[in-house]
Design a protein around this ligand. Structure first.
Ligand code: ZN
Length: 389
């Protein structure tokens, strides 16, 4: 063999090794490192808590599972969410959010729109070529991933209408494996400044639109952006189009000014999908109680997250206390679960372990009727009343 051939062979082996690392091992490692469940012995659940949990229709307002290339149809040993673990946790309704652009050195205070982590993730995770350059294509791809799951698992479906949700819940009363999803965006930047793209995302099955994520976008100011601004003229047109199509609005990462403006634009109840309560845990990520109260007074729904930054205590007891603080502030009918699972957060329990929250709410004195509401029935009622007919 000539020296040139040996060198080419060596180069080929290096390329193959690099590809295996970059396209398989690295994405799995990032997923593993960013979506952590703190190691813990199995939680002790009281018989009363277990019995109550077994009969719940658990609902959660926010999982970023679609961002990660683990197979959602099998039980994974990394991350927080997949269909087997959702079923183990008694989940009936899960909102699946599409994360399409995040700034580098992401923080809760101030971020610009210039950098983007998701491009590298899209390449490393072998997403379709158009997702490397188009934010809209990323949202479309995430919807297609969930649609594939719907086609391959006959006990999982996506609710596009009130009727879809009602039918799935009917089927679940005979078969507890039945699980229903709703598609959501984390930010309105997948519209790419075009109103027509809102209709296209509706056609892909999206029903809940988060207006902003970590940076100011074409629609308006982020809670963690630079401007603190309200809606742009395009943002006002977009909100009007979202409402016209019968889609719902999530202001989880929106600036205070955007929240106020959207509240003044519509009577439709808003969602804050994953948050904590500021009076309970004072951090800029949790919007002021006064704004949260306006959202609740207009019929809105607030999902409480499980991670330490928004709860100030990520133990199961701490999360239960954050939920109770939200109930005390907003009224029990306005509080739901908003895990932010797979949203690059660390939690002390994954979705298969949600019985621990039922149990800790019970031991902290919440009534069974109230536990049923916050663990799922409030979210179910909200989507049955507000999804398109
Ligand atoms: Zn988020």
């Amino acid at each position: 063999m000539s020296a040139a051939k040996i060198m080419l062979g060596g180069l080929g082996a290096v390329l193959v090794a690099f590809s295996i690392w970059f396209f398989w091992l690295l994405p799995a490692q990032i997923d593993h490192d960013m979506n952590v469940v703190t190691a813990h012995p199995p939680y002790v659940i009281s018989p009363e808590g277990a019995a109550l949990h077994a009969n719940l229709r658990v609902s959660d307002l926010h999982s970023d599972m679609l961002l990660w290339m683990r197979d959602p149809s099998v039980r994974n040993d990394r991350g927080h969410t997949d269909l087997p673990r959702l079923r183990e946790g008694g989940v009936a309704l899960q909102i699946f959010s599409s994360v399409t652009k995040t700034p580098s050195s992401m923080n809760y205070e101030t971020n610009t729109a210039e950098s983007d982590n998701i491009t590298a993730l899209a390449i490393a995770q072998r997403w379709p070529l158009d997702t490397w350059t188009s934010i809209f294509a990323r949202a479309k791809y995430h919807a297609r991933r969930l649609q594939r799951l719907e086609h391959s698992d006959n006990e999982f479906s996506i609710a596009r209408t009130r009727g879809d949700l009602a039918n799935a819940l009917d089927a679940r009363s005979a078969n507890p494996n039945v699980l229903v999803g709703v598609l959501a965006t984390e930010g309105g930047h997948p519209f790419e400044g075009e109103l027509d793209n809102i209709d296209r995302l509706f056609d892909e099955g999206y029903r809940l639109i988060g207006l902003q994520h970590f940076f100011d976008n074409e629609l308006g100011g982020s809670l963690h952006g630079v401007s603190g601004a309200g809606l742009t003229p395009f943002g006002r047109e977009a909100v009007a189009r979202i409402i016209e199509l019968g889609m719902l609005i999530d202001v989880a990462h929106s600036s205070h000014a955007v929240v106020r403006e959207v509240l003044s634009m519509t009577d439709r109840p808003l969602i804050v999908s994953h948050t904590g309560v500021h009076g309970h845990c004072e951090i800029v990520r949790n919007i002021p109680d006064e704004l949260m109260l306006q959202i609740a007074d207009a019929g809105g729904l607030v999902g409480i997250g499980y991670w330490a930054a928004v709860t100030c205590d990520d133990s199961p007891e701490g999360v239960a206390r954050a939920i109770i603080a939200a109930v005390d502030l907003l009224g029990v009918e306005h509080v739901a679960l908003g895990s932010d699972y797979d949203g690059t957060v660390t939690t002390t329990f994954d979705t298969s372990e949600l019985a621990v929250i039922t149990d800790r709410l019970l031991s902290l004195g919440m009534t069974e009727a109230d536990i049923q509401l916050v663990m799922g029935e409030n979210a179910i009622r909200y989507f049955l009343e507000n999804l398109p007919e």
